[in-house]
Design a protein around this ligand. Structure first.
Ligand SMILES: Nc1ncnc2c1ncn2[C@@H]1O[C@H](COP(=O)(O)OP(=O)(O)OP(=O)(O)O)[C@@H](O)[C@H]1O
Ligand SMILES: [Mg+2]
Length: 448
């Protein structure tokens, strides 16, 4: 990787340039040569070399000016300056302007090659950030996804299979159900796991920004485009691009996205050159995309491209058996974060949480626990839960599988009984086994 990197050598003295170029070629690098600052800039823009070695003292455009111009094109460019012993001050000025290092003439071969290797290695470590990724990988192990319900087990099975493919994936599901968590677990457990996971929220940016973030631009593409910018498509190369809230992508961009995914290439803003990419696309949405298509807000062809594989995260209220597991997991997480002893959750509080609707799903549960951990002493009681969680009426599944409250079920039963006895209140009370006065009170509440 390092040894066949491209190196640009800028030196106006042919003899000196030849010597350096020869040394670099002997070490296995691909070498480009420029005899002036102007020429170097052209080559730099066209070839994006991994590293540039430039003399400071040159004709019209000197090395310092060249450094400035290169940094304008790519603020992270690696540049090493060559200087004579007598003008080390200028070299230090170059370091302040962002040069990586400088070499003094006459130099010893080993030194210059070592400096180049160090620069490239450091860049590689920096950009790949291996350590961090390994940590992330642990964090996004499948085991970090808590739950043992059938609904979730099905998801686990699917993501294990999906991880080894390259197909585009669409994750649907209500807010807070774990769509991003699953996307990351798939990425970090796939062969792409060592390459970046790059996420963008399509709802968070105005159209023009979203476009330039995704596709990047070249210098001068629009006012304010002072340097080249690499788009996220390219940044996710070899890895995964996560398009969050994809339903919110403006129509014009949907077209461009579709084409890019189909062709596996795109054109940065203001550029004429196509750039290929190899990123796996995972998209997520908490809207129903079929409805969005029917309403002509989302392109059907893009939908099919994105949903080569699709999965839907079940809402928490449809897998209530996972709630106690999640509660314990989050209690431990937050007590540990606060560095305090573990806490218990009493029966009443747990029952209230099992019964709650959780419109905000796991995220809402997580927030409720975080708050309860701070408010409680050793035991988390229902008083430490928000009112709306505490007061959730008990629910149950009716014969058609719909979730209803016990009150609602009672109401239906009473009305049905009254119908069966031709609205004879005395008879109904007898059948229901309640006082006549209780029956009247209930009917009044139902508005009958
Ligand atoms: N099964 C789970 N086990 C542990 N933590 C979970 C689980 N599901 C979700 N979470 C946590 O809940 C929070 C919300 O999850 P995530 O951000 O993945 O949801 P989302 O579906 O992307 O939501 P939104 O649509 O609002 O963006 C995160 O902090 C996540 O770590
Ligand atoms: Mg999300």
């Amino acid at each position: 990787m390092i040894s066949n990197s491209t190196i640009l050598i800028v030196e106006d003295e042919d003899l000196m340039r030849g010597i350096i170029a020869g040394m670099m070629r002997d070490s296995g690098f691909r070498v480009l040569e420029a005899s002036s600052g102007e020429q170097a800039l052209e080559i730099f823009a066209a070839e994006s070399p991994a590293l540039t070695i430039s003399d400071i003292a040159m004709g019209k455009m000197d090395g310092i000016e060249l450094l400035d111009r290169i940094k304008q094109l790519d603020s992270e460019a690696l540049v090493i300056m060559i200087t004579a012993y007598s003008s080390v001050e200028t070299a230090i000025a170059a370091l302040r302007k962002g040069a990586y290092d400088y070499i003094t003439k006459p130099f010893i071969n080993e030194n210059i090659i070592q400096t180049v290797r160090n620069a490239l290695r450091q860049r590689e470590l920096f950009s790949e950030n291996r350590y961090l990724r390994r940590e992330l990988k642990k964090k996004y192990d499948f085991e970090s996804i808590i739950g043992r319900s059938d609904a979730l087990m099905k998801i686990f099975k699917m993501i294990e299979k999906i991880a080894n493919t390259n197909s585009s994936l669409l994750i649907q599901g209500e807010s807070g159900t774990g769509k991003e968590l699953v996307a990351k677990a798939i990425h970090y457990n796939s062969p792409r796991g060592d390459a970046p996971f790059v996420a963008i929220n399509c709802a968070a940016l105005p159209e023009s920004l979203l476009e330039s973030e995704l596709f990047g631009y070249v210098k001068g593409a629009f006012t304010g485009a002072h340097t080249n910018k690499m788009g996220l498509f390219k940044a996710a190369d070899g890895g995964t691009l996560f398009l969050d809230e994809v339903s919110e992508m403006p129509p014009a961009l949907q077209v461009k996205l579709l084409r890019s995914i189909q062709e596996r290439e795109f054109i940065p803003l203001g550029s004429t050159k196509t750039v290929t990419f190899d990123a796996r696309i995972i998209a997520a949405t908490n809207r129903n995309l079929e409805e969005e298509i029917a309403a002509h807000r989302f392109r059907e062809d893009l939908y099919y491209r994105l949903s080569v594989i699709s999965l839907t995260m079940p809402p928490l209220r449809e897998r209530r058996e996972d709630i106690p597991l999640l509660v314990r997991f989050f209690v431990e997480k937050y007590t540990r974060a606060l560095n305090i002893p573990p806490k218990m959750v009493n029966e009443e509080a747990m029952q209230a949480m099992i019964n709650h609707e959780w419109r905000g799903n796991v995220r809402e549960l997580q927030n409720v626990i975080e708050r309860a951990v701070t408010l409680s002493d050793e035991i988390i009681e229902s008083q430490h839960l928000p009112e709306k969680v505490r007061d959730t009426p008990q629910t149950i599944k009716d014969v058609s599988g719909q979730t209803v409250t016990l009150d609602e079920l009672e109401r239906r039963y009473i009305i049905e009984t009254l119908d069966r006895v031709n609205d004879d209140k005395n008879r109904a009370a007898e059948v229901l086994g309640i006082d006549l006065s209780t029956l009247y009170r209930k009917l009044k509440r139902y508005g009958r």
